[in-house]
Design a protein around this ligand. Sequence first.
Ligand SMILES: *Cc1c(COP(=O)(O)O)cnc(C)c1O
Length: 413
Amino acid sequence: MAVETSTYHQLNVERIRKDFPILSREVNGKPLVYLDNAATSQTPQVVIDCIVDYYQNYNANIHRGVHTLSQEATEAYEASRKKIQQHFNAKHPHEIIFTSGTTHGINLVASAFESQIGKGDIVLISALEHHSNIVPWQMLCEKTDATLEVIPMNTKGELILSEFDKLVSKQPKIVAVTHISNALGSIIPIKYIISESHKNGAAVLIDGAQACPHIKPDVQDLDVDFYVCGAHKICGPTGIGMLYGKEAWLNKLPPYQGGGEMIAEVTFEKTTYAGLPHKFEAGTPNISGGIAFGVALDYMNSIGFENIAQYEATLLHYATEQLLQIDGLKIYGTAAEKTSVISFNVDNIHPYDIGTILDKLGIAVRTGHHCTQPIMDFYNIPGTVRASFSFYNTKEEVDLFVTALKKAVMMLS
Ligand SMILES: *Cc1c(COP(=O)(O)O)cnc(C)c1O
């Protein structure tokens, strides 16, 4: 008897889809096929419920009040910090700094590094970075007269490690690279990059925005100095994220912003700063978002990252095979190690035109440069169409997408 390959038998996609109310809506009279997960993920009911529960039952400012609501909110917020600590296997809860997202986390470290960098020092990034992991370092270099250097990539969308070896031997002060490319899906060998950087005296920041939806990073095993991500790509809400920093680094760096929450004592003559993590958390934070971030991680963990990775790999393989049967279709990003992101163009058709027709057919994809203009320049293209798959997408959705794409190509050629 023929048995369906059941390597991902633990992931029941039909049941999972019921957790996401938005997945049953229609767009332009067609069932929604949401393939823009690398831009933001959809939100399961438990996370929506958590946010509603906060505003309905215990909305209050944290760390300040003696009253019951404030204590309940503080407890839930700090319990979530602990959950995030455990998820990433950080040594201490105070090594987790709540931020508004990946961009904020990188800016925090880049700003604080002004204290560590001087004229002629090197900041090393890579050719695969999102603009969020380019511009803050350029701003830092402008302020300090440091030099920005870039690890080059090959045409498959992999970093050229022999070039990295040469650049890191120039002893940069900090190396900031992405864990996974949002435009191409390439998985970067960050463990190697971290250990070689440390041998050469450099600190390392990893942009984990695109990795955390697919894998569960262990910051102690990686021995990384800073790791950042945002909740909205991991089934959480927008406007919340985290910066992991090694305790010693966070103690060494100066505060990023001044205000309430981050002080020990304030007089007009002198202010002393609070300890970790509050030193980096000035002002009233996104409290409901912080609590919901923990619930989102619980949800992902209840499905299991092993199951997610296996299932998404199957979808990626299936979609790649189907797409390559379309005449004139070229996939950008063919790294040996990649996640469920497919960037492509068909002949000389503008990606925007394909995206517009796909939307009419209910299919959400991303078009454009994906905040990675240097990658587009490398391939000498204005942009791509990007389909990115999540654990709640199905093979049937891939079929709908491919059929719609064929129709779009026919209309446009
Ligand atoms: C999405 C993304 C960012 C930016 O995240 P924000 O949520 O916009 O702050 C940075 N880097 C990568 C790799 C991303 O995918």
